[in-house]
Design a protein around this ligand. Sequence first.
Ligand code: AMP
Ligand code: FE
Ligand code: FE
Ligand code: ZN
Length: 309
Amino acid sequence: MLDVRIDLHTHSSVSDGTDDPAALVRAAADAGLDVVALTDHDTTAGWRAAAEALPPGLTLVPGAELSCESVDDEGRRVSVHLLAYLFDPTAPELVAEQERLRIERRGRLRAIAVRMAEDGLPVDPDDLLAGLPTDTAAGRPHLARALVRAGLVHSVQEAFDRYLATGREYYMAKADTPVEAAIDLITAAGGATVLAHPFAGTRGPTITEETVAALAGRGLSGLEVDHPDHDPAARARLAGLADELNLVHTGSSDYHGANKSATPGQETTDPAQFTALVERASANAGGTGPATRPVGGAWGAWEEAGTGS
Ligand code: AMP
Ligand code: FE
Ligand code: FE
Ligand code: ZN
């Protein structure tokens, strides 16, 4: 297949994107994509709506981006994002961990907002949380948008740069999943795992090459090589590391709607690499498959279980 355009990392309004899942798949089709993965933070709540709205010709890869942590050489906590694809979203241990993370996210976002309000900044913690359904993964971008609406800053990016980014005054960490445990959960649920933007240094300390090698030995499937936050040097190091460790290379936009400047398909994944990723998921029994219209087959199993929404 020539010219197949594949973007394996996007966010809808079910986490910190601004397009609802139906609008997101339409935006993907409008951008000329053939395959799009929906990878909301710590939730699969958008899968059904995205699948139901799939335009003809677009394939949906159901996924999520799991909030994880590791430690670097100096013993510092490192935030690690793990993309997970094609897993069974009803796997009980995974469901429990995602629920824990969503509760953790709400508590942490409220704590940040309370500290800001105490310092006289224009944010109402109750209003902020009331606007976020409980199956939504509450994140700093939601607070950043509230600060834009209140006129304190001009953009979500300015809110991060001045207040919310790692190391800024109102940054607070949360209790994420150890990345090894997250890989085990997804492998047991029949999915494949890819480290998201592993060397995006502007977000804080990044994962070490030694840890990446250890994760490869634990069942990690791939590395996100092409990402808007990777400079050419980071891409070259990651491509080399992926080859050395026999991992799949992906490229993706990390589209967040109006919350970030990336557009769907801004970075793409080579079709042969996508095929390899699907094969790695298939090697782990019990997952789901990509969805095309009409939605059916193995894809329907989790929907029938009534927990796909
Ligand atoms: P949270 O999940 O609440 O920790 O927020 C993380 C999300 O905020 C990421 O997925 C990005 O969407 C966004 N983000 C993180 N760091 C930055 C940054 N320095 N500038 C802009 N957006 C960021
Ligand atoms: Fe995000
Ligand atoms: Fe991420
Ligand atoms: Zn992301």
